[in-house]
Design a protein around this ligand. Structure first.
Ligand code: ADP
Ligand code: MG
Length: 400
């Protein structure tokens, strides 16, 4: 009962003050109010757990005060003090939400135990509320995760279907360009307008291709190929692919791989995509003369893959959003907002986790944890795994 916040409301000064003194001696010094108006104004300033409330008071009576309390402070419990022959007031109070009532003259120990019971109820209700809030939050989070998962599957399917018509548009635009550049077309009316329009088509197709390429990072489970990978080599490969863009911005990419790191079993195509996505983002966020570091280390039987940069960093309010599909702070020509969404999807599919830390103006660090072996096919039993392992040599070429 130590931290209990108690308010004692009674217009009889003597009675109230004596009671307050005795309560204080028991370690519950109450706030005091001599009428209903004062009680409500105290409650406005400070939340109370329990209010001990006299029913018969001049001005606003107990029932009226109770009505206000229940409306504005529903978490506060009220104990009524009624006159000797006025138990009906107490019954009315309970009907209107009071915790209980005691008839005057009251027995102090009785009041004390009622206050304790009321306080226990307040604590229980608060716990219930917290639990309900927690459940609500979890439900929302699960709904978001499920939504993202089905969105990922749908997006990958759409991307796959769109690739063919895109290729046709691109080829046709290229073909038309060839034709209008032939000698016999030299005098073609509005030739420049046509050329401009065809360039626009090609730029648009490029952008659409980037989007489908990113989305296809969500290749279906069964499309994953598990092979033995040397992560250091894979990182070298990814660095080669972004090398030109980094050099153009005078950005240095360093790799720090723990010696004898060994190999992991994973999907090289998808892991390469992850590294490229992270490196591209780091390059975009880092100014000339900046530095990007890839760290690969073993930790508790798992592999830690870190990509960190000393670039612009991510504002706190964006940290929750960067993994959402289509969240991008880049101009539409530069960003799709799919890189990190796809990256997280891949990492989770490969049984790993991804975390981000960032300091605005100082840089960003993405840490990926991967197990050495990830069984993507949950139903893969021992017999099936043997021929699958035999196939490794065949796939190995793709990791080198
Ligand atoms: N290394 C980084 N440094 C700063 N911001 C980053 C970094 N990586 C990602 N971001 C932020 O996260 C956003 C989403 O990234 P991403 O999903 O790859 O989409 P995109 O790169 O197409 O914008 C970026 O637009 C950027 O604001
Ligand atoms: Mg990106």
């Amino acid at each position: 009962m130590k931290d209990i916040r108690l308010l004692l409301v009674d217009d009889e000064d003597n009675f109230r003050q004596t009671l307050a003194k005795r309560l204080a001696k028991k370690g519950i010094p109450p706030e005091q109010a001599e009428n209903g108006e004062k009680a409500l104004s105290i409650l406005e300033k400070k939340e109370m757990d329990v209010v001990v409330l006299d029913v018969k008071m001049p001005g606003m009576d107990g029932i009226e005060v109770l009505r206000h309390i229940k409306k504005k402070h529903p978490g506060t419990e009220v104990i009524f003090l009624t006159g000797h022959a006025a138990t009906q007031d107490g019954v009315d109070g309970i009907k209107r939400g009071a915790f209980d009532y005691l008839s005057k003259p009251i027995e102090f120990e009785h009041l004390l135990s009622k206050i304790k019971q009321a306080y226990d109820k307040v604590v229980r209700e608060e716990e219930k509320l917290r639990e309900a809030e927690f459940r609500k939050k979890m439900r929302q989070q699960m709904a978001t995760t499920e939504k993202l998962a089905s969105l990922g599957t749908l997006a990958a399917g759409v991307a796959h279907e769109i690739n063919n018509p895109l290729a046709i548009i691109n080829e046709s635009a290229g073909w038309l360009k060839l034709i209008i550049n032939r000698e016999e077309m030299a005098q073609m009316p509005r030739k420049q307008d046509f050329e401009m329009a065809l360039n626009k088509i090609e730029t648009g197709v490029d952008r659409a291709k980037r989007i489908t390429h990113q989305l296809l990072g969500f290749a279906k489970k069964d499309d994953s190929v598990l092979v033995e990978i040397n992560l250091g080599d894979l990182a070298d490969e990814a660095v080669q692919l972004v090398h030109r863009e980094a050099t153009n911005k005078d950005i240095e990419i360093v790799q720090e791989t723990q010696p004898d790191i060994g190999t992991i079993w994973s999907d090289p195509y998808q892991l390469r995509q992850v590294l490229i996505n992270l490196l591209n983002n780091a390059i975009h966020a880092t100014g000339s003369g900046g530095r990007i570091t890839i760290i690969i280390e073993a930790l508790n039987g798992e592999i830690n893959l870190t990509v960190q940069d000393n670039g612009q960093g991510i504002p706190k309010e964006n940290l929750d959003k960067i993994f959402e599909p289509f969240f991008s702070t880049k101009s539409p020509g530069k960003g799709t907002g799919l890189g990190l969404f796809v990256t997280r999807g891949i990492v989770e599919k490969l049984c790993g986790t991804i975390k981000v830390e960032s300091r605005l103006g100082h840089g960003t660090r993405f840490c990926i944890r991967l197990p050495r072996y990830c069984e993507i096919k949950e139903d893969l039993d021992q017999d099936e795994r043997i021929p699958f392992l035999d196939n490794i040599a065949k796939h190995k070429g793709s990791t080198q």
